[in-house]
Design a protein. Structure first.
Length: 206
């Protein structure tokens, strides 16, 4: 995840200060650890959308493995292929601009692990009625140590901090939708002006 985020709208320093949380600003200034994400939904190709602004959906991953819970699952380095363990925030899936993802790192997670992480997320939101057994976590290589509830105050504070940090990814997406609206508005004005001009020429000709 790159600390130099891109957006279709340019923000002045003062505007950035107002738009981003303190934690997001700290990351953008290079004062935070690197961040990783797992892509859960590829962009839908559309000829009307510029390639650099394509949107993908990602699950956030954290290096702060002390906050393991029943919703924040540890992915050991031996599975990810990275030099550190990561915490998969199954509850935290958000849209991001593809151009703000730096490069692929580590190994691709197996389909079994990918499905398990999404099932945990679906259970959290009430989309499935049963959570896979702990033994499944062990088989996949996850550790079940200290799997406290996500309702634990410590975990809740961690979640709030992660949501605040995700401004890094969320603000450019919001800017993109604002950009799209401005283009549609401008196009509508131009079309209306063109139609008015054609109507006037028609009246003059008549």
């Amino acid at each position: 995840m790159n600390c130099f985020v891109r957006s279709p709208l340019d923000f002045l320093s003062k505007e950035q200060h107002n738009l981003y949380s303190y934690l997001a600003q700290s990351f953008l200034l290079g004062n935070s650890p690197p961040r990783y994400v797992m892509i859960v939904k590829e962009p839908e190709l559309n000829e009307n959308i510029e390639e650099e602004w394509l949107i993908v959906y990602v699950m956030l991953l954290s290096v702060e493995t002390d906050f393991i819970s029943n919703l924040d699952l540890l992915i050991p380095a031996k599975i990810s292929g990275l030099d550190r363990d990561l915490l998969a925030e199954t509850w935290h899936i958000i849209p991001v601009l593809a151009c703000n993802l730096l490069q692929p790192v580590g190994k691709r997670l197996s389909r079994q692990i990918y499905d398990y992480l999404l099932t945990v997320r679906d259970y959290h939101y009430g989309l499935v009625s049963q959570l896979p057994a702990i033994t499944e976590i062990q088989k996949l290589g996850f550790t079940d140590e200290n799997l406290c509830s996500a309702n634990n105050p410590k975990i809740q504070n961690f979640h709030k901090a992660e949501q605040a940090w995700s401004d890094v990814l969320a603000v450019p997406v919001a800017a993109y939708y604002t950009y799209l609206k401005s283009i549609k508005f401008t196009t509508a004005i131009l079309n209306e002006a063109l139609q008015l001009e054609q109507d006037l020429q028609s009246d003059i000709g008549g």
